[in-house]
Design a protein around this ligand. Structure first.
Ligand SMILES: Cc1ncc(C[n+]2csc(CCOP(=O)(O)OP(=O)(O)O)c2C)c(N)n1
Ligand SMILES: [Mg+2]
Length: 801
């Protein structure tokens, strides 16, 4: 009765022994990578380098099971940010990473703190860092995988699983639940979330029973939930007499006490257990024969640390089909390291002395820290065979994990109606052009096939409706449009089918950006070049902002159309009138943002966006549009200037003293003011700004080039060149004036920037433009001020008004 119960591994004995060697190696390499960066490498600035040895340690077995037994090359993985070093250690074993890179953890040119698609190379499927987002992204990647397959796009590869290895605290992020709900609506499949349930976050131990709730939420959303609480050692102990009491004791043990006992070790475990269960002969029979170390091993034998049990459960789930599955893998944070279980271990680093003890235990000789087979019970050749036996070791394609995807031809001109003299808005123009493309005629057929649109419940109000009527709503299952079948009049004909090209989302804006991220990576993940376009009200870009930045950080390629925007939404009031979005457009990397005033500019920029999204050195793009109807001009534009960010509507005379520059739907006020200004200052120029973002980016790029000794002139420098040195610029946009105020720095000129820097309110345009200083009078006042020589009266006085 005293012998431990039988343990029944699913793996052949040798393979299990081999994988334990892999675990050992991953634990060593991840801990050493961080130790090396913090304690060995010269430190020039005295800053703590950091890294998360405890977060790595808790997920070693999970990652061993996945990467060396369960994952297939077509599977895609988001690794929890703080397990970055384990991920890179996995790749070192697979021969897809170098020791030199790992030595450079958190150093320029070395591996990033958290896995990064753009900086760490092709092995990273999804970047992570802002917790919660990588997890949710996998659900949208699963949706897009189905989309691509059902549309017959992309490379001929088997369907993969979209896997997130998540920290338990990530489930505190609301975006997870938004994604779950959306995933349920779309009936996503082939998603696995494996939660490293170490019951610790950054600050503390997470509340007990929390996961009971979370488990229920997953099940409600159609997920299978597999809780991996105990490893085989404990499972066997529970089978014995007294085992049930032991199980109950652990089940009832508060997370914080369990963590503390884990940290304290065998003596403390025995004390605590005997104090409560010491009179149970069965329990005594289990505990008494064990040494303190053996007892500690038994008590921390959680499901997430038992590689054989993990593999068994992953295989069972695999065989069960494609239902989304959440694995709650109980673990100990810092497992196998001296601070295992300590509540403060999140950023804890092993000391030099602790590392020495650990190194000895791992049998690592100085100078051999990065040798992959060092300290193992296997020869290098035998260890290589262990690695090679992993299904994931096979190459996804001969080129690796990033797939090539041919470019989609974008015709020279998008189908835009003759609008001169007619009144329309940029938002309506966008809807019309897209609807025309949606006919899929002639040279636009392929373009139409590659566009996929999406919107968080604002499809109709952002003018996507006509496109959707033509291309249909995507759903894995064909669902009829009940209104249409019943012959009830509606402008929206929304049948759902696998061939549909619009993905309708609920209101949650973070989901929009995560879907755009997933769609915008399909060229690389699936070899399917998509042209994803997402529409959202401009103010609510803020609601999804971190997910937008995250999408750009991945270098996802998509077009964001945010509309309507600004105070120009007049009656809608201050919660809908966006102010800061032009600045976001300027500050967001890998996102080229534009704001056209007229549809001819829009047509140029929309075409440019579709090309730019595909260019190797391109990026995502953003169009900020408006519902204000403007009389459309009859003119010929220079597309290059529109794309570069500004073009002259009325070029200035040589040495002109003043320029009026406008952006977006305040064009009529600027034009009216300009007419008066020109009467007084015939040389004055009128500039249309289509992108302060591109202007600024071009300006800084030119400065960089010049610093590097190459001649360069930025577009904005060329634009401002004809003006007098001491000329003034009066600028105006329906957004924060800081988007333009930097223009004075280009040639050392004075700027009077007009725009909105307070919350808006309901009103009509005349009232609001007057209140916030966007009306013609305000512009003329600004011109007068701009022309005022320092400490001298204006030559124009107030006569301009
Ligand atoms: C959005 C966001 N907020 C805060 C952080 C800072 N942070 C990094 S890790 C972490 C706790 C993570 O805990 P958990 O997910 O349980 O990971 P593990 O225990 O495995 O380290 C926090 C708060 C972050 N990276 N992202
Ligand atoms: Mg945790």
């Amino acid at each position: 009765m005293n012998a431990p119960g039988p343990i029944v591994p699913v793996l052949p004995e040798q393979r299990l022994a081999d994988l334990r060697q892999v675990e050992r190696k991953l634990l060593w390499l991840s801990a050493w990578t961080i130790h090396n960066a913090n304690h060995i490498r010269p430190n020039r600035d005295g800053l703590k380098v950091g890294g998360h040895q405890a977060s790595c340690a808790s997920v070693i077995s999970v990652m061993t099971a996945l990467y060396f037994e369960v994952l297939r090359p077509q599977d895609r993985v988001a690794v929890k940010p703080h397990a970055g070093p384990v991920f890179h250690a996995v790749n070192l074993l697979l021969g897809r990473q170098t020791a030199a890179q790992m030595e450079g953890l958190r150093q320029m040119g070395g591996i990033q703190s958290y896995p990064s698609r753009t900086k760490d190379g092709p092995e990273v499927d999804f970047s992570t860092g802002s917790v919660g987002l990588g997890v949710a992204l996998t659900s949208f990647a699963a949706l897009m995988q189905d989309y691509v397959r059902l549309h017959g796009l992309g490379a001929d590869l088997p369907q993969g699983r979209q896997v997130a290895i998540a920290g338990d605290a990530e489930l505190d992020e609301g975006n997870i639940y938004e994604a779950l709900l959306e995933g349920w609506k779309h009936d996503v499949r082939n998603v696995w979330w494996i939660i490293d349930y170490n019951r610790q976050s950054l600050d503390s131990v997470v509340p007990d029973r929390l996961f009971g709730r979370i488990e229920g939420l997953f099940r409600d959303m159609g997920w299978n939930v597999i809780t991996l609480k105990y490893g085989r050692l404990l499972q066997a102990a529970f089978e014995r007499e007294g085992g049930e009491a032991l199980r109950r004791w652990i089940d009832d043990c508060p997370n914080s006490l369990y963590s503390a006992l884990t940290f304290q070790g065998g003596v403390a475990w025995r004390q605590a257990l005997l104090a409560e269960l010491g009179r149970d002969a069965g329990v005594r029979a289990i505990l008494d024969p064990l040494s303190d170390d053996e007892l500690a091993t038994l008590m921390t034998n959680l499901g997430g640390h038992d590689v054989d049990y993990l593999i068994e459960q992953f295989r069972l789930a695999d065989a069960a089909g494609d239902q989304p599955t959440c694995f709650i893998a109980y673990t100990v944070k810092g497992m196998g390291l001296p601070f295992a279980g300590h509540k403060d271990n999140h950023s804890g680093l092993m000391t030099r002395d602790q590392m020495q003890v650990f190194r000895d235990a791992m049998h690592i000789r100085p100078g051999h820290e990065w040798d992959v087979a060092e300290g193992l019970d296997l020869t290098p050749e035998a260890f290589q065979q262990v690695i090679d036996a992993a299904p994931f070791a096979a190459k996804l394609t001969p080129e690796g994990r990033r797939l090539p995807a041919p470019l989609v031809h974008v015709p020279d001109r998008l189908p835009v109606a003759k609008l001169a003299g007619r009144r329309t808005s940029t938002q309506a123009g966008f809807g019309d052009i897209l609807a025309e493309i949606g006919r899929g005629q002639g040279e636009h057929a392929e373009l139409a096939r590659r566009i996929v649109t999406t919107s968080p419940d604002v499809t109709v109000s952002t003018n996507l409706g006509p496109w959707v009527n033509r291309r249909g709503v995507f759903d894995r299952h064909t669902r009829n449009d009940v209104f249409r079948d019943a012959k009830l009049a509606s402008a929206q004909r929304w049948g759902m089918a696998p061939g549909g090209q619009h993905i309708e989302l609920g209101i949650a804006e973070q989901n929009l950006f995560l879907l755009l991220a997933a769609a915008g990576l399909q060229h690389s993940l699936k070899g399917a070049r998509l042209l994803p376009i997402g529409t959202v009200y401009d103010p609510f870009v803020n609601r999804g902002l971190d997910a937008l930045i995250y999408a750009c950080y991945q270098d996802a390629r998509f077009l964001l159309v945010s509309t309507p925007s600004g105070l120009t939404l007049a009656p809608e009031g201050g919660q809908h009138q966006s102010v800061n979005t032009p600045l976001i457009g300027m500050a967001a990397d890998r996102l080229a943002s534009f704001e056209p005033a007229y549809v001819d500019e829009l047509a140029i920029l929309l075409r440019h966006a579709l090309v730019h999204m595909q260019a190797p050195d391109g990026s995502a793009a953003w169009l900020r549009l408006s519902t204000r109807q403007l009389q459309q001009p009859d003119r010929v534009l220079d597309p290059a200037a529109v794309i570069a960010g500004a073009h002259w509507v009325v070029p200035p005379g040589e040495g002109a003293p003043i320029v009026l520059a406008y952006q977006g739907p305040v064009a009529p006020e600027a034009e009216a003011a300009f007419a008066e200004l020109q009467a007084e200052v015939p040389d004055a120029g009128l500039l249309a700004i289509t992108s302060p973002d591109r202007l600024h980016a071009g300006w800084t790029a030119a400065a960089r080039a010049r610093r590097a000794g190459q001649p360069a002139t930025a577009h904005i420098e060329a634009i401002l060149a004809p003006l007098a040195r001491n000329a003034s610029l009066v600028t105006i946009l329906d957004g924060h004036p800081a988007a333009h105020s930097w223009l004075g720095g280009v040639r050392g000129q004075r700027v009077v920037p007009l725009g909105v820097d307070r919350f808006g309110q309901s009103g009509d345009l005349p009232d609001l433009y007057r209140e916030y200083g966007l009306d013609t009078e305000a512009i003329l006042d600004a011109c007068a001020q701009a022309l005022l020589p320092a400490a001298a009266p204006s030559p124009l006085g107030r006569g301009l008004g």
